[in-house]
Design a binder for this molecule. Structure first.
Ligand code: F6R
Length: 260
């Protein structure tokens, strides 16, 4: 795993945007895997700025989101579709028929999840997947003990995740208890993963993910097996990494190699 430690949230977001933008410029019809939550908001702001000021073109890009709350309609203010529309889609020139967020209202969830997987396959697979990380190590909504080979499916959220996400709802009872999420196996098939984390609250789980054993108890730890995973962390999220200095050294050396 490549580990990039940035000074702060802003620098983390800009570094992530630089990598996503490079993919979009090199492959204008690329397939982006997207995440919601607080972490990628700065990345989406920066991509919006690049679109507005530098003409970064999303007209042929296709997107697949990791997850959606079960039971929430796309126009519900706390749905992940709504989040994506407000934080990214409405600010850039992506045709809305090119965006895919799991549908939280489907009746036959099992068939729908198989269909979501098929749509990703038909699109040629995901070129770059943006990931945040939950306090319990989840990626997507793959909570602890999710199979590391799991596919898109309905997951029961842990009480902790419900509590963490209640900050976006009026009261905790309103937080859905289930979500449709890409599986760990689905995420592992993407060509590149960008794991973003900021803030002291993520420091312990980041250390477990990057330097701990690979375990279904911290599903993000399986990213150690991904052939092209870049973790972009701010100082606070990186604080508990034992090999922090080495990761910084690698980045300096790589930079030297590329400029020489
Ligand atoms: C959201 C998602 C989740 C979040 C994670 C971190 O689509 O897949 O795994 O990335 O819960 O959330 P924040 O960024 O709010 O700390």
């Amino acid at each position: 795993m490549r580990v990039i430690i940035t000074n702060d949230y802003d620098a983390m977001s800009k570094k992530a945007a630089e990598i996503v933008a490079k993919t979009v410029m090199e492959k204008p019809d690329c397939v982006l895997g997207l995440a919601t939550g607080s972490t990628p908001i700065g990345l989406y702001k920066e991509l919006t700025r690049m679109h507005k000021e530098q003409g970064l073109d999303f007209s042929k890009v296709r997107t697949f989101n990791l997850d959606e709350y079960h039971g929430l309609a796309p126009d519900h203010p706390q749905s992940y579709y709504y989040f994506m529309y407000e934080n990214l889609f409405k600010h850039i020139n992506i045709p809305l028929q090119n965006v895919n967020v799991p549908n939280g209202l489907v009746k036959d969830v099992k068939a729908y999840c198989a269909h979501y997987e098929e749509m990703i396959k038909q699109a040629g697979g995901i070129d770059i997947q943006v990931l945040g990380i939950g306090g319990d190590g989840h990626i997507g909504f793959n909570e602890p003990s999710s199979s590391l080979g799991s596919r898109t499916r309905l997951k029961t959220l842990t009480e902790q995740t419900v509590k963490d996400n209640s900050r976006f709802f009026k009261k905790i009872e309103d937080v859905p208890k289930f979500a449709i999420t890409m599986g760990v196996g689905t995420i592992m098939e993407t060509r590149k993963c960008l794991l973003l984390a900021n803030g002291a609250k993520k420091a312990k789980v980041v250390a477990q993910t990057v330097e701990g054993p690979i375990t279904a108890q911290v599903t993000a730890s399986v990213l150690q097996l991904h052939p092209d995973c870049v973790a972009i962390l701010d100082q606070e999220a990186a604080a508990k990494l034992e090999r922090k200095d080495y990761y910084a050294y690698v980045e300096r050396m790589t930079h030297q190699l590329t400029v020489e």
